[in-house]
Design a protein around this ligand. Sequence first.
Ligand SMILES: *Cc1c(COP(=O)(O)O)cnc(C)c1O
Length: 360
Amino acid sequence: MTGVPFLDLGRQAAASREELEDAFATVLVGGRFVGGPALERFEAEFAAYCGVKHAVGLNSGTDAIALALRAVDIGRGDEVITAANTCVATITGIVAAGATPVLADVDEETWTLDGESVEAAITPRTRALMPVHLYGQCADLNALVEFGVPIVEDAAQAHGAEYRGQRPGGFADGAAYSFYPTKNLGALGDGGAVVTNDAEVAVRLRMLRSHGERAEARGVGVIVGVNSRLDEIQAEILTRRLARLDEGNARRRELAARYLSELRGVTLPAEGEGRLHAWHLFVVLAEDRDAFRAKLRNRGVETLVHYPVPIHRQPAWTHLAGSVPLTVSERLCERVVSLPLYPELTDQELEHVIAAVNAR
Ligand SMILES: *Cc1c(COP(=O)(O)O)cnc(C)c1O
C-alpha cells in the first residue's frame, strides 16, 4: 500500500455512481431546480430521521446557524455562548445573525461545552447557548438546560449522533446541520438545514430563506430575509444518501472501535455517558504533534488538524478573548490530530494507519 488519504470523496461517489446519475435524471426530467418536490421530500425524511417535526433546507450549515438564531428572534445585542475549540464557521454563523459570540471552555474528557465554564460566561445579555457536537459527539445537554436559556445546537458534525436516545434537534430548541460534502451526510456542494419541533420557528425559517416572503404571497417581504435555499439536485441526492446514513455511521463506529482498542502512545477520544458518537472525525491527542504527523506522513498516512488555533487566538476574533479562562481549548488545539476515518476506508488501510501510529 502506498498510502492512506485522509478522506476520499471520489470513492464514495464512484460507489454510488448509478444512484447519483438517477438522482440527476429525476431532477432534470422534473424540470424544477429550486423549491420543488425533492426538497419537500428531503425535509420530511430528514425531520423524521432526526425525530423532530420540522426540517427546513438551507444553503449551508453556516446559514443554518445564523437563521436558526434569527428564527428565535436572536440578533443585535444578544450574546450566544459557544465553545472556544469549534470550527470558525460556528462563529461566523452567530455573527451573521447579528449576535455576539461569547466563548466558553470545553470539558477535558469529551472536548465539548463545559457547564461550569458556561455558567461563568453567562451575563444578562445571554440569549442562547450553542453547544457544538464536535467530531460527532453530543455535548452534555443536561448540564446546559439547567440555565434556562434557549439551546440551539451546532450539529454540523453530528448527523445520527444521539444524546440519551435523542438525535440533535429533538432535545433542544433547534439544531443546525451542514451537508458540506465531507460531513457524515454530504451533498455534492453546499447545503444545510435547521430542524425543530416548533412550528412557528419553521414558518419563520421558510420566510427567512426566501427574502422574508410568505409562501402564499411571493414578492412581498414581510420580514428581512436572505436567499438561502437548498437546491433540488442537492435535496434529491441527500434523500438517497440519507437512506444509507446509518449504515455509514455503523462502519465509522466499527473503525473507531478498532482504533480505540489498538492505538498506542496517544490520548484517545472518550465517549461521554449516554451518548452515541457519530464519529465524524477520529481525533487523538499527541504530545509532540509535529513529530507525530511527520511519522505518519513518512508512512503515507495523511492527517489533518481540527482545529489548530482556538477562536480567540485567530486574527479576526482576538476581541472574543474575555474573562472566562479557555485553557482546556488552548491545550487541545496544540495537540489534536485527526486520523483517516470514513465508511469507504478499507480494513487494510485501517491496519496500515494503526501500524503507523504504533511504530516507534
Ligand atoms: C461544517 C461546519 C459548520 C459549517 O457548515 P457549512 O455547511 O460549511 O457552512 C459549522 N459548524 C461546524 C462545527 C462544522 O463542522
